[in-house]
Design a protein around this ligand. Structure first.
Ligand code: UDP
Length: 457
């Protein structure tokens, strides 16, 4: 009898940097264990992805914005609405075409931010697996609030959430705390992410059990809610996990030379600053951050996307000279893995947070919106690897240079800095243990692959 072909998994991330990379890395881990994987993104995104020949296949579908992607939509809300409508149709057509071409999919792993994909899978009789690119903490808050199991705290009060320290309103994800007014579609989507999960066969979280075990316990109501992260490429953690191919996708051109710039800096002497692919500060806040970095007195490497660089105060770069370097985009993992970096000033996007934890770099948390305020609280209060410069997000944030300078100093020097550094090293080791043979994420991957192998064609 001919051997069974390996299961073929369709991986569907929401089309943005912070969602594609974790799901691509997850696809790579799957492939290293036997299944085939095809990552599906939009025509616009695929045009800017330079994929090396890789074991993960790529394919693209239309989201209705083939020329300009999300930036060509009138608003994020408009984009999300159209993505669901057009994406549902083009995804179904793609799955049918694969079937007709004799290369059917066995299962779909879809991003919880593309919940319509679950309906497509159900319609076409394909098992569906939800993949959350957020922390279990943020997911649990969305879930409890959506089910009316948790009130949103009023100003000045706190609520308790299983497995989390008492939470104030500004520490909730911004879509729950206040963005319903600004981003109604995104708020509905964030809250409703888990509405359809009863239909999903598995729910995978890009986290590790050791990091969020208690809060994860509250989500065990779902069938097979498991952690499989962090999806940081294993070349930065332990090459024996799944080889040393990085496979990350950079939608912006990274400045590799900044890694060499770090080479002649003393260990743990440089402050790395990045607010990810989306967040923006206004000119006043950018200036406060700039002067805070200047006043802290350490060398710094600052990722300021090209569209943001005009907000730097006049004469700032000349004033700091060689001590500061500003780049439009960098290979963040290489930077965080570099011994010269002593601190990460971050917006606390979930990927950046996991990357800092995985590579043992303490943080100054400057959350802006979405799940970042919740991640920032965990960084400071639960995992003990950083301090918060602001306790809320977005419009509420009044960054001051004194606060930035003070927070950077706390993370770079003194007794508290040593404690945060040693906690960071402990988490780095925990991550290695979770991903390595027999670790919590490894075991969950083994069982997930067994599930895939059990699906009848
Ligand atoms: N990133 C990068 N180079 C940069 C800044 C960020 O490669 O100069 C990567 C970073 O490593 C992370 C992702 O972009 O994987 C940002 O994801 P995150 O969830 O932290 O933030 P988002 O961009 O979604 O707000």
């Amino acid at each position: 009898m001919a051997p069974m072909p390996p299961p073929h998994v369709l991986i569907l991330p929401y089309p943005s940097q912070g969602h594609i990379n974790p799901m691509l890395q997850f696809a790579k881990r799957l492939v290293s264990r036997g299944p085939k994987a095809t990552l599906v993104t939009t025509h616009f995104i695929i045009s800017s992805v330079q994929t090396k020949a890789s074991a993960v296949a790529f394919a693209s579908i239309s989201d209705g914005y083939d020329e300009g992607g999300v930036l060509s939509a009138d608003s994020l809300d408009e984009y999300f609405r159209n993505l669901a409508e057009v994406g549902s149709r083009t995804l179904a057509e793609f799955i049918e075409a694969q079937r007709a071409g004799g290369e059917p999919f066995t299962c779909m792993v879809y991003d919880t931010y593309a919940p319509w994909a679950c309906e497509v899978a159900a319609r076409l009789g394909l098992p569906a697996v939800a993949f959350s690119t957020q922390s279990c903490a943020a997911s649990a808050i969305y879930y409890y609030v959506n089910r009316a199991l948790l009130p949103v705290p009023g100003d000045g009060s706190h609520v308790s959430v299983d497995g989390l320290p008492p939470m104030s309103r500004s520490e909730f994800p911004s879509f729950v705390a206040r963005d319903g007014v600004y981003y109604p579609t995104l708020t509905d989507l964030s809250l409703g992410q888990f509405n359809h999960l009863e239909k999903a066969d598995w729910v995978l979280f890009n986290s590790i059990e050791e990091l969020e075990s208690e809060v994860l316990a509250g989500l065990k109501a779902y069938r097979n809610a498991r952690t499989i992260g962090p999806t940081v490429p294993s070349m930065f953690i332990d090459r024996s996990i799944d080889g040393d191919d990085c496979y990350s996708v950079n939608l912006l051109q990274a400045d590799d030379a900044c890694v060499q710039w770090l080479d002649d800096k003393p260990p743990a002497s440089v402050v790395y600053v990045s607010f990810g692919s989306f967040a923006t500060l206004n000119s006043e806040q950018t200036a406060e951050l700039a002067y805070g970095l200047r006043d802290a007195g350490h060398a710094f490497l600052w990722v300021l996307r090209a569209s943001e660089q005009g907000k730097l105060p006049a004469g700032f770069l000349e004033e700091v000279g060689e001590r500061g370097r500003v780049v439009g985009w960098c290979p963040q993992l290489k930077v965080l893995a570099h011994g010269a970096v002593g601190c990460f000033v971050s917006h606390c996007g979930w990927n950046s947070t996991l990357e800092a934890l995985s590579l043992g770099v303490p943080m100054v948390a400057v959350p802006q919106w979405t799940d970042q305020p919740t991640n920032a609280k965990m960084v400071e209060e639960v995992w003990g690897v950083g301090v918060r410069a602001t306790h809320g997000g977005g419009e509420q944030v009044l960054l001051s240079r004194a606060e930035i300078c003070g927070c950077v100093s706390q993370v770079m020097i003194g007794k508290r800095a040593q404690e945060m550094r040693s906690n960071a090293v402990k988490w780095k080791e925990t991550v290695r243990g979770a991903l390595g043979g027999g670790g919590s994420s490894d075991r969950n991957m083994v069982e997930f692959v067994e599930f895939l192998n059990s699906i009848k064609a």
